[in-house]
Structures are given as structure tokens and as C-alpha cells.
Design a protein around this ligand. Structure first.
Ligand code: SF4
Length: 342
């Protein structure tokens, strides 16, 4: 178990610290949600208790190792975990000033998507809830109150769903940070069992599915998850999720030159979207020097968007952010690889 308190709910804090009054656990939980990193910050606890807790426990288990800021305002934090592994977390600010934490849920990733740097470094381990919560609070200390959180950083959230659910319980608790569940998006490469789990057991989140291509054979090459999560089954799961939750899913596609921007790809996307209520979110592939792909041209992007719009599909193009600091979609993991701790 991680030696910190950030991954615990009030009663669990009370139990872990063997506090004599339940209320103390609530006080500490609230302090953490308000940014306290040490017991010394918790001024409504007695000096004796603070001194005792300082000797026996600690609030955080992670620390910021490096902060990088892109000229577009994107912030990327390299965060060191208690076992010396490193992960990355990113703060994105949109044109309207809304701030979104893009957090990692695993150190590395086992999914092996061919176009993603994180996929190249392989799997380290699942993160504990506290390690995910701390990413959010580290970013809030840098940028003030955040509006949204997306589970879209390093790793596949559906393969660490228990920790994701705990993170949500903590961040959405009325006794603490009180984040709205409507502000939360989970992005999956297409783990069908996880989609059914969320639909049946909650929490009901905004769901984004990284589709990338809607051709089974090509998707198997680009996203090996397709070998065990077939496209038709994925489509059925998306339909089920929307019917159960009333939430329209987003299909994401990283656009890669000559791969998924042509007429054939457009027809396959349109066919996949038939009969399900989805929105397409396109993003141009962000260059990773070691990978054998090219960014799409503007003409390619416009062509695909035009085709989807003409077919009556709701589609947006996501702005690229954080590219100069390796903080853009698909670029996370440089520091993890550099830390050489797999
Ligand atoms: S795109 Fe997501 S699921 Fe695929 S390898 Fe990268 S981090 Fe993992």
C-alpha cells in the first residue's frame, strides 16, 4: 500500500491513523482537498497531533521532479512515485480558459498502440488511487482550480478501473474537492468489459473511445487491443453505454498521413457510426521521432472532416497543445523511459 493519505476517504484516514474521533479524518480529508501537503498546514489539528502524525505518516507519496511549460500554456509535470518510477501529467487550457487535468493511470502502458510513445515503453505498473489524485492536486497548485479531469494520460484506464473509481469517489466527495462527475472523461482504447462495467455499475462518466480506424484488420495492426475486443462488439458496447446512461460517446481518431484520412477510411468511419449516437473528435498525430508515421496534411484533415460532416456526423478537430514539451496526445513517456526503471 502506498504510504500516503491522498488515496483514502475520511473514514479510511481515521482508521489508518488510528484517530480517536471520526471527525478528525474528515478534517484531514478536507485539508488535502484544499491543497495541504503536510500535517503542519492543517492548523485546526492540535500541535501535539500534528507532531505525532508528522512522525508516523505522510500526506503525499509523490513529488514533482520537473515542470515544463509550452508557449501555448500547456503544463507538463514529471512526477516521481514512491518507488522512483516517473509518470507524466498534463494541464491543458482551452481557448475559453477552461482548465483540464489529463492524468495518467498507469506507469507505462501494455496496450502497444503503434502510434503512441507510451505504448513503446511497455507496462510498468498500475497506479494507486492516491497517485492519480495527487496528479490532480499537483496541477491545481500550479494553475488554480481545475474544471475537468480526463483519464487520457499514460496507460489504459479500464485496466485500472478500481483505482479510477476510487479516485472519482475522492475527487467528487462533497466532504472534499466536490468535483462534478459531469466534468470527468475516461478515454479507452476499446476495452469492452470496462465499458459494460461502467454502464452497469457506474459512475456514469463521459466516455471517449479511441477508434483511430474502423477497419478490423488495420486496427489490429495499429491497436492490438482489437485482437480481443472486436470492432462489432465494441460498437455494441458503445450503444449499450449510451442506452444505459443517456451519455453520447465520443469516438477519437488520431489522424495519420496516408492511413486513416482517405475515402476508404471515411466510409469505414461512417459505417461504424451508423446506428449509434456518437461524436467524432479528430486530432492530428503528434510526431514521435522514433515512430514510422507522418502527420497528415491540412488537405487530408479537411477532406475527412468534410466527408464525415456530409454524412451527418457530428465532428470536431482537437487543437494540438503541448507539443514542444512532449505533452501532446501520444507523446507522454519520455521521462519515464529516461528514468530507466522498468
Ligand atoms: S494510446 Fe493509450 S492505450 Fe494506446 S499505448 Fe498509448 S497510452 Fe496506451
Amino acid at each position: 500500500m502506498i504510504p500516503s493519505l491522498t488515496g483514502l476517504l475520511p473514514q479510511e484516514i481515521t482508521d489508518k491513523l488510528s484517530l480517536d474521533i471520526n471527525f478528525r479524518g474528515k478534517q484531514i480529508f478536507k485539508w488535502i482537498a484544499n491543497g495541504a501537503e503536510t500535517f503542519d498546514d492543517m492548523t485546526n489539528l492540535s500541535k501535539e497531533l500534528r507532531s505525532h502524525l508528522n512522525k508516523t505518516s505522510k500526506v503525499y507519496s509523490t513529488r514533482i521532479k520537473q515542470t515544463l511549460v509550452d508557449p501555448d500554456g500547456t503544463i507538463k509535470l514529471q512526477i516521481e512515485l514512491f518507488d522512483n518510477r516517473c509518470i507524466e501529467t498534463v494541464l491543458l487550457t482551452d481557448a475559453d480558459g477552461r482548465k483540464t487535468a489529463c492524468v495518467s493511470c498507469q506507469a507505462g502502458c501494455a496496450m502497444g498502440c503503434a502510434f503512441c510513445q507510451t505504448g513503446m515503453i511497455g507496462f510498468g505498473r498500475n497506479l494507486e488511487a492516491g497517485e492519480i489524485v495527487e496528479q490532480f492536486f499537483h496541477l491545481e497548485k500550479k494553475a488554480g482550480k481545475l474544471d475537468n479531469i480526463v483519464f487520457m494520460g499514460m496507460g489504459e484506464p479500464m485496466l485500472n478501473l478500481a483505482a479510477i473509481k476510487k479516485t472519482i469517489d475522492i475527487l467528487c466527495s462533497k466532504e472534499g474537492r466536490n468535483l462534478s462527475k459531469r466534468r470527468i472523461t475516461l478515454s479507452t482504447s476499446g476495452i469492452i468489459s470496462g465499458i459494460y462495467d461502467l454502464a452497469d455499475n457506474g459512475p456514469f462518466l463521459r466516455l471517449a473511445v479511441s477508434l483511430t480506424v474502423a477497419n478490423e484488420d488495420l486496427r489490429k495492426q495499429l491497436m492490438p487491443v482489437t485482437n480481443t475486443n472486436k470492432l462489432q462488439d465494441l460498437k455494441n458496447a458503445i450503444k449499450y453505454y449510451t442506452e444505459k446512461t443517456g451519455i453520447r460517446c465520443t469516438l477519437e481518431a488520431v489522424l495519420i498521413h496516408d492511413i486513416n484520412t482517405n475515402d476508404k477510411a471515411a466510409k469505414e468511419f461512417i459505417n461504424f457510426a451508423k446506428g449509434i449516437d456518437v461524436h467524432f473528435n479528430l486530432i492530428s498525430w503528434n510526431r514521435v521521432p522514433t515512430l514510422p508515421f507522418r502527420e497528415p496534411t491540412k488537405q487530408e484533415i479537411n477532406y475527412l472532416m468534410g466527408k464525415l460532416e456530409k454524412a451527418g456526423i457530428s465532428v470536431t478537430l482537437r487543437t494540438k497543445r503541448g507539443r514542444t514539451i512532449g505533452g501532446a496526445c501520444g507523446q507522454l513517456g519520455r521521462s519515464y523511459a529516461a528514468s530507466d526503471n522498468t
